[in-house]
Design a protein around this ligand. Sequence first.
Ligand SMILES: Nc1nc2c(ncn2[C@@H]2O[C@H](COP(=O)(O)OP(=O)(O)OP(=O)(O)O)[C@@H](O)[C@H]2O)c(=O)[nH]1
Ligand SMILES: [Mg+2]
Length: 534
Amino acid sequence: MGLAEEVARRRTFAIISHPDAGKTTLTEKLLLYGGVLHMAGAVKARKASSHAVSDWMEMEKEKGISITSSVLQFEYRGKRMNLLDTPGHADFSEDTYRTLAAVDSAVMLVDVAKGVEARTLKLFEVCRLRKLPVITFVNKMDRSGLDPLDLLDAVGRTLNIRTVPLNWPIGSGPDFVGVVDLLTQQVTLYDRVVAGTTVLEQTVLPLDDPGLRDQLGAARYDDLLETLELLEVAGDDWDVEDFLSGDVTPFFFGSAMTNFGVQPLLEALVDLSPSPRGRATTTEERAPEDPAFSGFVFKIQANMNPRHRDRIAFLRVVSGSFQRGMAITVARSGKVLRSTNPHSFVASERSIVEEASPGDIVGIYDPGALRLGDTLYADVPVTYAGIPRFAPEHFVRVRLNDPSRRKHFTKGLTQLAHEGAIQRFVDPDLGEADPYLGAVGLLQLEVLTVRLRNEYNTEVSLQHTDYRAARWIGGDPAGLAWLRSRRDYKLVQDRDGRPVLLVSGLWPLTYAQQQNPGLEFFDVSPLEVVGSGS
Ligand SMILES: Nc1nc2c(ncn2[C@@H]2O[C@H](COP(=O)(O)OP(=O)(O)OP(=O)(O)O)[C@@H](O)[C@H]2O)c(=O)[nH]1
Ligand SMILES: [Mg+2]
């Protein structure tokens, strides 16, 4: 198969939403229908032996929430699907944002009882910025919730996007029995199976099948026809181009838990969602069909597999063909790596890949040479825009409880900072040994403590500080000099040695700017500069 065909048969997408809308559950069910999992372990209903595949980290299993994005690859109808399950919790939003840089479309979950929730709105805005096409899946239809028509309207208004349902639920709550495909006018009715661990028996019949009225009951059938007529008259026409340009989001209804409506969504991902797009470099756009291999690192994760304590960098292939063992150059440092054992993933399970194409996510061992946002290439040099960091809002010092564990402690901290699980700032007066740790959300600090314990066998205590905000500094250099001259301003350095200001409130920022009109503050890190840092 040529490169162009390989590109055309790939689908790389993320599942996003507010916490608890059912992303991980849906992920499992997509794998189940994709033929990968024979028995999907129900999320949170799990007993010790069965937990969701994509929540593989110890703490995720314990808490039943996703903490880090998970990559799952499978084949369906001749297409290569790269699915990324993301954490919904705001404290882990950096991880989710990084993941959105690596995909070409997204499935947005909406809990039928809750409508558009705060995190969903935020994440949708990120998709809009990246011009990602978004498919909406209204989940938990097995529970009573909002009226589907109202929901359609509410999503459209809240997100300021046109909504076009491609299927429609028949009944809701305990009476939810199936969906109508609005393009083909075919009805799919499901058999309810406890916990939904196997592929469901289903009946497919045309909407005008004479038996359907009897099956649904006259009242429900007439109701359905009336609603469909209303949609026909009032709704927008479906045009896939409007979806691809991000102007329309198609709606699907279902229940991930009971498997209802999972297959129609999977079919839509195959039929509608886009194949991999290129990425903008600092000077041009590199197309996926360009034969020269290139890609970027959007995630780094250590200790995924307790048996191999190693560090994996997740690479999104942008152009050309990636071959096992090929020499790849890190654009930032010029270092050349030879990837002898590249992986593909089903969550924490890996298998060796010989070859990967644009859109694929490849895991490569990181000997310590890679950074989040790094561009990798073979033959033709290229640099993609980096991945920004957000200003943390919580700052702690860590104290090691048992000083004899110092080596492991330092290694663990370095590693977790490397992954972007926390940010490390060094006070030039105090040196490396006693850093400030910054987190966007408090749960990150809990993860830090638990991972240091589980993965590095190190007990630490956290000392909270009064700092509440951090800002990268730019603009007139006189501003930085002024800050340096003041004893009441705390300047530290990020991992690239860039100056960062820590403040306990926003007033000191305002004051500093009043005194130095040319001074600029950034709450998102300036993007990586090629050749910067080590
Ligand atoms: N009734 C019902 N419950 C569901 C459905 N889908 C998921 N759930 C439940 O919702 C809860 C959250 O599900 P998850 O799949 O972990 O949600 P998530 O979106 O991955 O959550 P985070 O990763 O923490 O953001 C679990 O208790 C699921 O069993 C559904 O279709 N119907
Ligand atoms: Mg989850």
